[in-house]
Design a protein around this ligand. Structure first.
Ligand code: DX5
Ligand code: ZN
Length: 220
């Protein structure tokens, strides 16, 4: 990937024209799509399932699809999202009592793997699996909804993770998710994020293509 990457979250898209929204985003230079899967148990919201991921993939067959599982018992649904066309599946530390095994379970399908930590979860909790994952996702909002404000302490967490990666000589990607917008995206990138998820700041725009170009411009 040409880092840093803007990864629009389609949770914030207009579902009456999801395909058009995605096409407009790819026209602006998007190559990575973030899919937020919510079950109403781990998080207080229900979003969508593998069927929508499959449909979204039709609108951007060349794009990289990362599936962010905010669900209980994620191991039980990995195969569904593999079949839907996911390229990477990330699971929450907070939903995986056997996190090392959950990561191996995703790997066995040949997909890239990610581990996610909520704002109140310390990075030290995932230290034992940093060498096993391709990506670490730092939640900069409490998961469940788009349109929330970026939690300021996330900057320090991003820098801490970047330092850990360097000290351990590892190569995982650092992704941040929640409240990223035109005003803070540059600072978020400079704090250490490689992949910036953005939902409402992309899909709330009148002209999605122009907004994507604007956000990507900020990352240059
Ligand atoms: C929140 C999701 C985020 C969210 C981002 O639980 O994981 O991906 O959709 O949306 P914005 O960018 O609007 O905060
Ligand atoms: Zn997400």
């Amino acid at each position: 990937f040409e880092l840093p990457v803007l990864a629009p979250s389609i949770l914030a898209a207009d579902f009456t024209k999801l395909g058009k929204n995605i096409e407009d985003a790819t026209k602006g230079g998007v190559t990575w799509i973030h899919c937020d899967i919510m079950d109403g148990h781990f998080v207080p919201n229900i979003s969508y399932g593998p069927g929508i991921v499959k449909a979204a993939k039709k609108a951007a067959p060349e794009a990289f699809f990362d599936v962010h599982l905010m669900i209980e018992n994620p191991d039980d649904y990995v195969e569904n999202f593999v079949e839907a066309g996911a390229d990477l599946i990330s699971v929450h530390y907070e939903t995986c009592p056997h996190l090392h095994r959950s990561i191996q379970n995703i790997k066995k399908y040949g997909l890239m793997t990610g581990v996610v930590v909520n704002p109140a979860t310390s990075l030290h909790n995932i230290e034992p699996v940093l060498a096993d994952v391709d990506l670490v996702l730092i939640m900069s909002v409490n998961p469940g909804f788009g349109g929330q404000s970026f939690i300021e302490s996330s900057y320090e967490k991003l820098s801490e993770l970047a330092k850990m990666r360097e000290e351990k000589e590892l190569g995982f990607l650092i992704q941040v998710d929640g409240g990223v917008n035109l005003k803070n995206i540059k600072k978020v990138s400079e704090a250490g994020a490689d992949i910036m998820v953005a939902g409402s700041s992309v899909f709330s725009a009148e002209d999605i293509t122009a907004r994507v170009e604007e956000l990507i411009e900020k990352l240059r």
